[in-house]
Write a protein that binds this ligand. Structure first.
Ligand code: PEP
Ligand code: MG
Length: 889
């Protein structure tokens, strides 16, 4: 197989093979931008290496050939004692994993070529500085030596010189550092630093392959749901130098502000530095506008390149660049990560710029991003103290106890505490802490620093580069302006949208996007702002694009009204159990305890008007839209006192000789109805069959509510849904009773009552006999909560704590099947039921009302299976509207 591609042989759609970095370098090369020459070793080579532990035999020859071509293109050779070629060796996965894998720069330097480099560059200091970087990176990355050993040497050299800055060391100092570094390599790895450039290269390529399985990379992939078996590509590229003097430098830039979406080039620049220095946040960077002053020609070229890239990619791009003695080189580009808000804003801007159409704009945003925008933000009041203002690196409002290292963040978060991870600067090993923390705060580094990029990617609030804060990780404290102290455990609040850092906990207010959905913020008003306008535009387009109807699960007038404001097309599940709780327990107890038909009918008669009032409330809120009411579902015991508690009460009363006859009777009933597995017991349709008159009373209440409202000119569209059906005979029995009650009430009130009667599909048997069940059902609503429980045999109430975390850790699940539909198993049952239901009744309506109805991945499946609607909690309705449209694109 072909394992190596020259840049000119690739293009941006070869990401699977060349990784994101390699594919985009190829694209830029072919666009004619100034890219240093190079080649990419494919992910397939990495996979072969990881599978066998040895490099595929063809690779050597192929690298030889491409290295030759690279040396010809660059006009220099690796290891040349006069004017050597140096290369960078970088990882490049299919999905970006910022900072998670390895990179080695300056490969090709050795004790003799360093002299050639010094002569060719006319700069001894630069050559020795490059060499010490190579020995250090090679030592840590390839040989696995702890970086602290190198840091100790470097710090000692600076101390000896009396300087705190790297630039304070001269060529002689750095030559001494290289010697000491080589000694570290010898002592710690038991081998010499290799002098043969090709050996350096081969070992580095293997180390980059291996870094795919570094613990932090594994953690990152799990979190981002990146498959574990993709492997990384390796890009080998001629070095250009940002550290060749003050007319050189490196930077990172975005074609738009990735935090807000505001147009205008935006980024960080560091003169006299290599790219790694910018991303690591080691020195504080300059804003890109400063480059215009320092080097107007390169600045102009950079802006031109970025405009070209944005038009070409039709999206926000981020780039890494280096200026070598006044000449601009493009080192990387990709479609840039952005905050949730920026995603909406940018998508609309690109439509306005004529680069994409409205459908493409929908593809550029996700339901998960919309969820983030619905969260509250801070509202500082007079009592709030602003400690410092850093950079607004990743938005959100986070409050928690300050902690100063990743393990502490993980431990305290695991104990249930909200924490803010505070670091001078972050490095990739902080990932676990960043995941555990509510927010991340750093004293140094720009918005393009690793901390910021990673935080934005995971939606974690982040403020970075808060320079007024002296973060002392060893002493576990922050010293702020005026000597204000924050110790570990003290509460901090950080606002990732404004960059503000507050002492203590700050009050929060609703998000403007939430106010828009609630109807209190008009998107056309001046207060709305660009974000709300963008959300509104995309939601409108989503509603014209989606095929699925989006219903809500709502049981009260208030929930129904909210669902309606959030854009629900109706109610797909009105659970009635809450209507039997609270002060209605008494009537329910009387119903359950009834010994005679007369007692039972009396209890039902008391419940009827209460139920009628419940339905009038919901129907009124949903006027004109369908409302699917589910007949009573939960196991009966949920309405009765707890067996143990009641036993104790009765026993104590007996001891005191004060027996309460009612309690004794209740206890007998509770004992009689007690079930070991209530979830699989007397619930759903079984209740309707075993407790005569119960479902009939509910249907009567529905009918009376509908009749009353209809007479008053309110349009009501009730539907009646029977839960937990396993056999068509069960449904038939209930449907007959229901039809009879409806006909009776219609006649009494002299109105038409045409409520559809359908069933939930929540049991495998129901799915497998759906062809029969459809004879008695006008619609199916898949109750995927119970269907998941009954298909897997997992108790939905117990599993999350009991063993799911272990399953998730071990990768047995990617996500909980109660969250995202298990397509292979539960999905297959849905597919069978849909097909066979339709075969019996071609116009049967099919929907989903389990939690999966609001889950983006599951919604895409339901769309593709041709279902008619999804129903979810009111707060998820906007997400479901958006995702059903995205599924339809
Ligand atoms: C379901 O089982 O998916 C469902 C919607 O019903 P409930 O969650 O009330 O059991
Ligand atoms: Mg259910």
């Amino acid at each position: 197989p072909k394992y190596v591609y020259a840049f000119a042989e690739g293009h941006k759609d070869l990401k699977d093979l060349l990784g994101g970095k390699g594919a985009n370098l190829a694209e830029m090369t072919n666009m004619g931008l100034a890219v240093p020459p190079g080649f990419t070793i494919t992910t397939a080579a990495c996979r072969a290496f990881l599978a066998t532990g040895i490099q595929p035999p063809e690779l050597d020859d192929q690298v030889d050939r491409h290295l030759d071509a690279l040396q010809t293109a660059a006009g220099r050779r690796l290891g040349d004692p006069d004017d050597p070629l140096l290369v960078s060796v970088r990882s490049g996965a299919v999905f970006s994993m910022p900072g998670m894998m390895e990179t080695v720069l300056d490969v090709g330097l050795n004790d003799s070529s360093v002299l050639g480099l010094a002569r060719a560059a006319g700069d001894d200091r630069f050559a020795w500085d490059s060499y010490r970087r190579l020995v250090q990176m090679f030592g840590t990355t390839v040989l696995g030596i702890d970086g602290a050993h190198f840091d100790a040497v470097f710090d000692a050299a600076k101390l000896a010189r009396g300087t705190a800055d790297d630039l304070g060391l001269d060529a002689d100092d750095l030559r001494g550092v290289v010697g000491a570094y080589q000694a570290v390599v010898r002592e710690r790895s038991g081998r010499e630093f290799p002098q043969d450039p090709r050996e350096q290269l081969d070992l580095t390529v293997r180390a980059v392959f291996g870094s795919w399985n570094a613990p932090r990379a594994i953690t990152y992939r799990r979190r981002e749901r990146i498959p574990a078996d993709l492997g990384t590509a390796v890009t080998v590229q001629a070095m250009v130098f940002g550290n060749l003097g003050p007319d050189s430098g490196s930077g990172v830039a975005f074609t738009r502000d990735p935090a807000t979406g505001e147009p205008g080039v935006y980024g960080d620049y560091l003169a006299h530095a290599q790219g790694e220095d910018v991303v690591a946040g080691i020195r504080n960077t300059l804003p890109l506008s400063e480059l215009e002053r320092l080097d107007p020609v390169s600045h102009r070229d950079l802006l031109a390149n970025m405009a070209t890239l944005e038009r070409h990619y039709r999206d926000l791009c981020d780039i890494e660049f280096t200026i070598e003695r006044g000449r601009l080189w493009m080192l990387q580009t990709r479609v840039g990560k952005r905050t949730a808000g920026a995603a909406f804003v940018i998508a609309c801007q690109l439509v306005d710029d004529g680069l994409i159409d409205a459908d493409e704009a929908l593809r550029r945003v996700t339901g998960a991003q919309l969820v983030r925008l619905m969260f509250p933000r801070f509202a500082p009041d007079a009592a709030t103290t602003v400690l410092a203002v850093g950079m607004n690196a990743s938005p959100g409002a986070a409050t928690g106890a300050a902690v100063f290292d990743s393990p502490t963040a993980v431990a305290r978060a695991a104990a249930g505490e909200d924490v803010i991870l505070v670091r001078r600067e972050t490095n990739p090993d902080d990932l676990a802490g960043m995941i555990a923390a509510k927010g991340v705060l750093t004293g140094r580094g720009g918005r393009t620093s690793h901390a910021a990029v990673v935080a934005r990617g995971m939606g974690r609030t982040c403020v970075c580069g808060a320079e007024d804060l002296d973060v002392d990780v060893d002493a576990r404290k922050i010293v702020g302006p005026g000597g204000v102290m924050v110790a570990e455990g003290d509460l901090l609040s950080i606002d990732g949208s404004t960059g503000e850092v507050f002492l203590g906990a700050v009050p929060v207010v609703a998000s403007p996007v939430m106010e828009y959905f609630e109807g209190s913020l008009d998107p056309a008003s001046p207060e709305a702002g660009e974000l709300v306008r963008a959300v509104h535009r995309l939601m409108e387009h989503a509603d014209t694009t989606r095929r699925l109807a989006v219903y809500a699960n709502a049981d009260t007038g208030a929930d129904a009204a909210r669902a309606r404001r959030f854009g629900a097309d109706g109610i797909g599940l009105c659970r009635t159990e809450h209507m039997f709780l609270g002060d209605r327990r008494e009537q329910v107890e009387r119903l359950v305890l009834a010994d005679t038909d007369a007692e039972r009918d009396a209890a039902l008669a008391e419940l009827l008007p209460l139920q009628r009032a419940d339905f009038i409330e919901v129907f009124t809120a949903m006027q004109g839209l369908p409302v699917t009411i589910r007949l009573l579902d939960p196991p009966l015991h949920e309405f009765l006192p707890d067996l143990t508690e009641l036993s104790v009460r009765v026993a104590l009363a007996e001891e005191r000789g004060r027996v309460d006859a009612a309690d004794v009777r209740l206890l007998a009933a509770v004992r009689r109805l007690h079930e070991e597995n209530p979830m699989f017991g007397l619930r759903g349709v079984r209740l309707g069959i075993v407790v005569p008159g119960l479902f009939g009373m509910q249907v009567r209440a529905i009918a009376q509510a509908a009749a009353t409202l209809r007479r008053n000119g309110v349009e009501v569209r009730p539907e009646i849904m029977v839960p937990l059906v396993g056999a068509v005979q069960e449904l038939q029995a209930v449907a007959e009773e229901t039809s009879a009650v409806l006909a009776d009430e219609a006649e009494r009130h002299g109105v038409e009552l045409d409520a559809a009667i359908g069933t939930m599909i929540e049991l495998p048997r129901a799915a497998l006999t759906a062809g029969q069940i459809a004879e008695s059902a006008e619609f199916f609503s898949f109750g995927t909560n119970d269907l998941t429980q009954t298909t897997w045999g997992f108790s939905r109430d117990d599993v999350e704590g009991a063993f799911f975390s272990r399953y998730l850790e071990r990768g047995i699940f990617g996500t909980s099947p109660f969250e995202t539909l298990d397509i292979d198993g539960v999905g297959r049952l849905i597919r069978i039921a849909a097909r066979e239901g339709r075969a019996t009744r071609p116009d049967i309506r099919l929907g989903v009302c389990g939690e999966h109805g609001g889950d983006p991945d599951s919604i895409h499946f339901f769309h593709h299976e041709g279902l008619d609607y999804v129903s979810c909690s009111p707060f998820r309705v906007p997400v479901a509207r958006l995702e059903s449209a995205r599924a339809a694109l």
